[in-house]
Design a protein around this ligand. Structure first.
Ligand code: ANZ
Ligand code: ZN
Length: 842
């Protein structure tokens, strides 16, 4: 019997694929039905799928699309596979991006941010993203930042937030200090603001810090999370754990007469205690408190001038290998712990106060910086490590004057009796032991990571909830007085001082303890503080009694899958881990890590270059949505390349996807003569089940591009079947329904529309993912005849196209064949692909 699959009433012009008409229609319907609202009490297995929430700086650009559209497909796929998926969205609304946008346009950040959020929300809806908008967050909303401030207070009470005067990275362009993580080193070794590109200056300021360094070791442990190697390496390097030793160099007696007892020695940190016999000088960082104590009268003027000068350089500049190694002699000497020799004490700004102990032992022969420093300042250096090709005896008393450069490779110790002959590695251990025994030091570990500086001298952030009282000192704002609201009428243009400082009504307050006159802290918090806990808030976004309930956190956290850009490797992603561990130690949560799995999507470029307004190569997704529909944009982005690699946007490529959607539309809605045809049915079923098998496996591991390729192949194959005349009705229906189900997560609008046109019940997004039968999906097999010396010994089923080696292996594994070839030598193999294998043995 032959019958059309489409009821005649639905044919005609209205049958053409018209994304403009169907996309808004379905978006409105899903919205009205709360289709994507996630219930806490849904009995299905829970899955928390989170994408990084955006800064509401303006438009949703192609980078946002590339983060959210494939993630949306993956979230939809999981729902169809029976999981209760939490897929929330919000806005990281405080901070420089939003504030700078407001300043540029002269509109108050509150208003500008609200407008941007509205616009971006609309754009996300136009994308067809299945976010649960009932959980939307805005980190600049007092209902949210009240809890950001509450967390600050908890960190403060637990000794994890503290205030200190310290040199900070000052960005003149942004008129605020930056965390170390926000300063990038340029090609000339200078520190620049990660946002504005301005050269960063050093400024001494009173600042608030979080003690992230308490967690240095734990943050190096990634054993319970599944994160990309690249991010783990970046965090590991950022934390920068170095094993070495501390060595105390006794100061000469006359210096310590009457001086503070703490100051009777200089402690250095070194990763190379095996080179201690090569020490010819000691260097203190210019800010080291001992500099002032030690400097002799005749060196005072020179040292003071040098110390003043070095304040102008930032840490980044000071670490630059390009910079000449300046420094001055303090006039004082220390004693070598093993030889008792006099060692001059210098100060130089290549030594940082904040690393190790702020003091180093100078070993010109084996450290590049020391070699350079010693050359410039005419300090001698003794060779104490022999290269493998050097004769130790010839090195007795050898000096750096004979060297072109420092020898930094491993070798054997020389000129270091009684350690001579030890390898560097053994030497380090022996030396640490000897130091310990002599009470002159011992093993020690240093970290590169510093505490997290969170003070910002800007308006658009959560005010730090602290009051300064002349009587009581630093007083935390009582929790029941939160939020400390940002006054809407403050001048928000940056001047270098906190705008809140000049807002008297904000600044002047009463002390919560003594009720005397007091002043509020006028700095705001780094916006990374807001994003350090937002993943918890999504679990319980409307809670007004606490940031989130314990049950909610336990129900949803940790995030099962986190997706976002790799640019946050040592900022957001490290801070959020620290924050989670701190909350755990304060008894607020019970997990160790916030994000179990992390995926970094790649970057979309245009003509091989990063998109930028100045290059004029910015792709505007809205335009393409208007032209071809959101589904085409989604598919194109997913097809461009592996998700973690990104790709090059090409206008003709997206047209191809639009055409393919048209073909799929015609295939599904088009008239189709059907019949009952066993052989044809098997073919169609195989095409279908193989497609489902491939798409399922690919979507499980975010291989959207190959999943789509499988769907395209399937439409082609089905098209051929149809062109060949009537097809088996049952198989055909299964095929096109499966195709629509597989397409739905990737292209949700056309998926919904086609599903409805097939007469199936709303919504396609609530259907169960199609199953595939391994038997049916199995590749067609052919029979290979196996002969030994021309005699039939077996017939085996093989995949068509198997090569000779693989066929031979299968044949040799057959019992029937083996008994005839065992103990004999194969002299010749005759192979006719897919048909015959003849072994000539003798
Ligand atoms: C003597 C020595 C000899 C060193 C040698 C190296 C090679 P990492 O690997 O980064 O931990 N250092 C220590 N504290 C410093 C500071 N505050 N500012 C600048 N440099 C400092 O580097 C550790 C090495 O950096 C230490 O080991 C020290 O120089 C220097 F053949 O001590 B070494
Ligand atoms: Zn007080």
């Amino acid at each position: 019997m032959t019958q059309p699959t489409t009821p005649p009433a639905e044919r005609g012009a209205a049958d053409r694929y018209n994304p403009g008409a169907i996309e808004t229609k379905w978006q409105q319907r899903w919205e009205a039905d709360n289709l994507y609202r996630t219930a806490d009490d849904d009995p299905h297995e829970r899955f928390y799928f989170l994408t990084m929430f955006p800064y509401p700086s303006g438009d949703l650009h192609i980078g946002h699309w590339y983060n959210y559209a494939p993630a949306d497909a993956a979230a939809r796929f999981r729902r169809m596979n029976g999981q209760n998926v939490l897929f929330p969205m919000g806005f990281d609304a405080f901070g420089l991006p939003a504030e700078n946008a407001a300043i540029r346009e002269g509109i108050h950040p509150t208003i500008r941010t609200a407008e941007n959020i509205d616009r971006m929300r609309t754009q996300m809806r136009a994308m067809g993203a299945s976010f649960d908008w009932s959980r939307e967050l805005d980190s600049s909303d007092p209902a949210y930042y009240r809890w950001t401030q509450w967390f600050f207070l908890q960190l403060f009470k637990n000794g994890l937030a503290y205030r200190k005067r310290a040199p900070a990275n000052w960005c003149p362009g942004c008129a605020t200090v930056l965390a170390n993580e926000q300063v990038i080193r340029d090609d000339d070794g200078l520190g620049r603001c990660e946002r504005s590109g301005d050269l960063v200056e050093a400024r001494d300021l009173e600042q608030w810090f979080f003690r992230i360094t308490n967690y240095s070791d734990e943050l190096l442990d990634f054993s319970t999370i599944d994160w990309p190697d690249r991010i783990r390496t970046m965090q590991t390097n950022w934390i920068g754990r170095s094993e070495g030793a501390e060595i105390r160099f006794q100061l000469e007696a006359e210096l310590t007469d009457g001086a503070d007892e703490r100051w009777d020695a200089i402690t250095v940190f070194t990763t190379r205690p095996d080179t201690v016999f090569g020490v010819s000088y000691i260097v203190l960082a210019p800010e080291h408190p001992l500099v002032d104590v030690l400097t002799t009268a005749e060196r005072r003027a020179a040292v003071d001038t040098y110390v003043q000068q070095s304040r102008l350089a930032t840490e980044i500049e000071r670490q630059s290998t390009e910079r000449p190694k300046t420094g001055v002699f303090t006039g004082a000497y220390a004693q070598h712990p093993f030889t008792g020799q006099r060692v001059p004490i210098w100060t130089a700004d290549y030594v940082l106060l904040t690393y190790g102990t702020g003091a180093v032992m100078g070993v010109p022969a084996h450290d590049t910086r020391d070699f350079e420093f010693a050359r410039i300042h005419e300090l001698p250096g003794l060779v104490v490590i022999a290269a493998p090709d050097q004769d130790a005896a010839s090195l007795a008393g050898a000096l750096t004057s004979s060297m072109e450069q420092a020898y930094v490779e491993p070798g054997l110790m020389v000129n270091s009796a009684p350690f001579d002959g030890l390898s560097g590695e053994d030497g380090k251990v022996a030396m640490a032991e000897a130091l310990q025994k002599a009470d002159r030091g011992g093993t020690s570990v240093s970290y590169r990571m510093r505490d997290w500086l969170i003070s910002r001298q800007r308006y658009w952030g959560a005010p730090i909830p602290i009051v300064y009282c002349d009587e009581c000192g630093i007083v935390p704002v009582p929790e029941d007085q939160l939020p400390v609201e940002l006054p809407p009428d403050a001048e928000f243009l940056p001047t270098g001082e906190s705008p809140l400082k000049r807002h008297d009504a904000f600044r002047q307050t009463v002390c919560p303890q003594c009720e005397g006159a007091a002043e509020r802290e006028t700095d705001t918090m780094d916006t990374f503080m807001c994003s350090s806990w937002y993943m918890f808030r999504f679990a319980d976004p409307h809670n007004s009694d606490e940031p989130f309930s314990r049950e909610a956190a336990q129900r949803w956290l940790p995030v099962d899958q986190y997706v976002g850009g790799a640019e946050h490797a040592v900022m957001h992603l490290l801070y959020a881990r620290f924050f989670t561990k701190a909350l755990r130690d304060m008894g607020i949560v019970e997990i160790d890590e916030p994000f179990s799995r992390l995926y970094n999507q790649g970057i979309i470029v245009k003509d091989g270059a990063k998109m930028s307004k100045s290059r004029g190569n910015v792709v505007n997704p809205d335009e393409w949505v208007d032209k071809l529909g959101a589904d085409a944009v989604r598919l194109y982005l997913m097809f461009l390349g592996p998700w973690d690699r990104g790709g090059d946007w090409d206008d003709s490529g997206i047209l191809g996807h639009s055409r393919w959607l048209n073909r799929a539309w015609q295939l599904v809605t088009g008239e189709q003569a059907t019949t009952s045809d066993r052989a044809g049915a098997e073919r169609i079923q195989r095409i279908t089940h193989q497609m489902i098998r491939k798409v399922t496996a690919d979507l499980e591991s975010f291989r959207f591009n190959t999943a789509l390729a499988a769907m395209m192949e399937c439409t082609n194959a089905l098209g051929k079947e149809r062109d060949g005349g009537p097809v088996d009705g049952e198989a055909w229906h299964e095929a096109i329904e499966s195709l629509v189900l597989c397409l739905a997560p990737l292209a949700p609008h056309i998926g919904e529309e086609l599903w409805q046109r097939l007469g199936r019940p709303y919504s396609v997004h609530q259907q169960t993912w199609p199953e595939w039968d391994p038997e049916i999906a199995r590749d067609q097999s052919v029979t290979l005849v196996v002969q030994v010396n021309g005699k039939l010994r077996d017939r085996i089923e093989i995949e068509p196209g198997l090569d000779e080696a693989a066929a031979l292996a299968l044949a040799e594994a057959s019992d029937n064949v083996r008994s005839h070839i065992e103990g004999k030598t194969t002299r010749k193999v005759i192979f006719v692909p897919d048909k015959l294998l003849n072994l000539v043995v003798g």
